[in-house]
Design a protein around this ligand. Structure first.
Ligand code: 5GP
Length: 210
């Protein structure tokens, strides 16, 4: 990908399990329907209510590995050592080149990989108000076995350590406030001088280029 040609904002929202990043993403998309959500591919089984092509593209390991070999992922991860998760490259590139903003909701390691491949990506870490709240949220899900909760809690604590590497940190305490903060970030990123190709003529008149 030629990074400088992409005009839309690649907004990456991540953070530890249980922090409510999915909820922040949903609310952000509801308030900003022009933002395009990248639907990930995964080998994990669909949960009740999840819809193919909306929640995820559900794949077998063979299908997923064929996509890896074909270079179809912007990034992919073996998130919990059992299942693959990945961001299909084509959709993201098409939207960015068309000037649209794209939202990725991925895990912290995936976010680091995206930043390496695409340095203009804007990384937002969704943080819990406290570690105690995070622990409570992980237990409170009630959809997993005790072992799975324990593993997720350990993972979540390890994921918190990557917070300083992000461009922005938003605390998800009051959902509305968290969404407003992400909107503020998006608004500011849209105003970056290098992205203002709409002002090329103004620059030309002033005798300069963007
Ligand atoms: P879940 O199984 O609960 O839907 O997601 C598990 C984790 O995988 C979450 O942290 C989620 O953000 C992450 N995830 C979802 N899609 C992707 C992806 O395309 N790439 C990466 N690296 N992580 C993803």
């Amino acid at each position: 990908m030629v990074e400088t040609e992409a005009k839309g904002v690649l907004l990456v929202l991540s953070g530890p399990s249980g922090v409510g990043k999915g909820t922040v993403c949903k609310a952000l998309l509801a308030r900003n329907p022009e933002v395009k959500l990248s639907v990930s591919a995964t080998t994990r089984a669909p949960r009740p209510g999840e819809v193919e092509g909306v929640s995820y593209f559900f794949k077998t390991r063979e299908e997923f590995e064929r996509m890896i070999a074909a270079g179809e992922f912007l990034e992919y991860m073996d998130v919990f050592g059992t299942n693959y998760y990945g961001t299909p490259r084509a959709y993201v590139e098409q939207q960015l080149f068309a000037g649209d903003d794209v939202l990725l909701e991925i895990d912290v390691k995936g976010a680091m990989n995206v930043k390496r491949i695409f340095p203009e990506a804007v990384l937002v870490f969704i943080a819990p108000p406290s570690m105690e709240t995070l622990k409570k949220r992980l237990v409170g899900r009630g959809t997993e076995t005790e072992d799975a909760v324990k593993r997720r809690t350990q993972e979540a604590f390890a994921e918190m350590k990557l917070m300083p590497k992000y461009d922005y940190v938003v605390v998800n305490d009051v959902l509305e406030d968290a969404v407003s903060s992400v909107e503020t970030i998006l608004e500011a990123e849209r105003l970056r001088a290098w992205r203002r190709t709409d002002l090329t003529n103004l620059c030309k008149e002033a005798g300069t280029d963007l």
